[in-house]
Design a protein around this ligand. Structure first.
Ligand code: ACO
Length: 381
């Protein structure tokens, strides 16, 4: 029996020093570079928050204007990347097309030397600017429609909406989209961010690093949860069915997990869920209040009877899907939108990692055989 203590999932094991974001999971606090995320969601926009995360300070007006212009200039994809997206199956998942597109970008854009600060910045701009274009282009191509070219007069969030639908969002939709991107932009050492840090620690090129992070984000225990939440709410179908639905699930599986609830760090309600909920209520007040939102509220309230003692409460993804659905966005685009936001956090951690890089090479506790004989194939049972 091994005496080595393993921490499954590396729970509570620090793997790097970081100044990017801070979470206090007991008191529902999250800040980016010291600024409360609630303030950023209400006061800032995605471009400004991205600069803050990567550069460490809020930009001056001039820095922000230049950054915004640099992003707008890099939104278009090489035509052969669009051709590549056209070759992908239309029934594939958009996270897979995003991962493919990001990895392929590394073959089209030569500024990808992770040891060169100027190339690091150029690749960062290209990635932030182009990821929404890949997501929107694939979303349309799979429906047999042509991609819509980026709109140079629109901000980052509005341009994504434009490339999806061909219309300019209303000011309140623009506000809620910006807030969603800000709330999902960064979250310390989560699985995809750690993936990015591990991949980049070999000095892999930035496109390979971000493609790896996209793959990690796609899983249902991480970014994929927002899609699963919506499917779950639709499966429940009505507020009256919440109690019998959860009772039945718990009876069938005592370890049943409600999607969009629970978090490794938060043991109270995720502050991002609270902000998102407030914004969602503003949007719903202007249009109609979706029944899925009422189902989510009823589920939150009934689930508390069983899970609050374990510190399991709604996380950010419990409400994000309901908001995106209300904006007319298809369910399987929810996780790609998470990636459109999280690129900021991934890049912030990548720049931090590159400043004092050492390749990740942890240890294992070997529990396999020793001195096993090699048996020739004709002698094996
Ligand atoms: N529903 C019901 N019970 C839960 C839930 C849940 N969603 N999450 C955790 N629990 C319970 C577990 O059953 C466990 O109970 P036990 O001690 O009686 O066995 C206890 O809470 C601890 O749960 P773990 O799974 O050990 O927690 P861990 O930190 O490993 O996992 C995770 C965190 C993956 C987020 C988990 O809560 C989960 O699977 N949630 C559902 C998926 C989800 O919403 N993911 C999105 C996370 S946020 C994000 O990536 C943006």
């Amino acid at each position: 029996m091994s005496q080595v203590e393993i921490k499954p999932g590396l729970a509570d094991v620090p793997v790097a020093q970081s100044g990017v974001s801070f979470i206090d999971g007991k008191h529902a606090r999250l800040s980016y570079r010291g600024i409360a995320v609630e303030t950023l969601a209400l006061e800032s926009n995605f471009e400004e928050t991205t600069w803050l995360l990567i550069k460490g300070e809020l930009p001056t007006q001039r820095e922000l204007t230049n950054f915004d212009q640099s992003l707008r200039q890099r939104r278009s994809l090489h035509y052969r990347l669009i051709e590549l997206l056209k070759q992908l199956p239309e029934n594939g998942h958009p996270m897979d097309s995003l991962q493919t597109g990001v990895a392929a970008m590394g073959m089209f854009y030569p500024q990808r030397d992770a040891t060169n600060p100027a190339q690091r910045w150029e690749a960062s701009l290209k990635l932030i600017a182009s990821i929404p274009t890949i997501v929107a282009a694939y979303a349309r191509l799979r429906q047999g429609k042509d991609p819509i070219s980026p709109h140079p007069d629109l901000d980052h969030a509005s341009n994504f909406y434009w490339m999806l639908f061909g219309t300019v969002p209303t000011p309140s939709v623009r506000k809620v989209l910006n807030a969603c991107l800000i709330l999902h932009a960064e979250h310390s050492m989560n699985a995809s961010t750690f993936t990015a840090r591990v991949t980049s620690s070999s000095l892999a090129n930035p496109y390979a690093t971000i493609a790896a992070a996209v793959g990690s984000l796609s899983g249902p225990l991480h970014g994929g949860a927002n899609e699963e939440v919506l499917q779950m709410l639709m499966e429940i179908g009505s507020v009256e069915k919440v109690k019998p639905w959860l009772d039945e699930k718990r009876k069938a599986d005592p370890h049943f997990k409600v999607m969009g609830m629970g978090h490794r760090v938060y043991k109270v309600k995720d502050p991002r869920a609270t902000v998102l909920q407030e914004l969602a209520e503003h949007v719903f007040a202007e249009s109609s209040r979706p029944v899925l939102y009422d189902i989510a509220l009823a589920l939150e309230s009934y689930a508390a009877n069983f899970y609050s003692a374990k510190g399991v409460y709604p996380n950010v993804d419990f409400f994000s899907g309901v908001v995106y659905r209300a904006l007319g966005i298809e369910t399987d685009l929810f996780t790609p939108i998470f990636a459109i936001a999280r690129i900021s956090g991934w890049l912030a951690h990548w720049h931090e990692q590159m400043k004092e890089n050492r390749i990740y090479r942890p240890e294992q506790d070997y529990i396999g055989k020793m001195d096993a004989p090699y048996v020739p194939i004709d002698k094996r049972p």
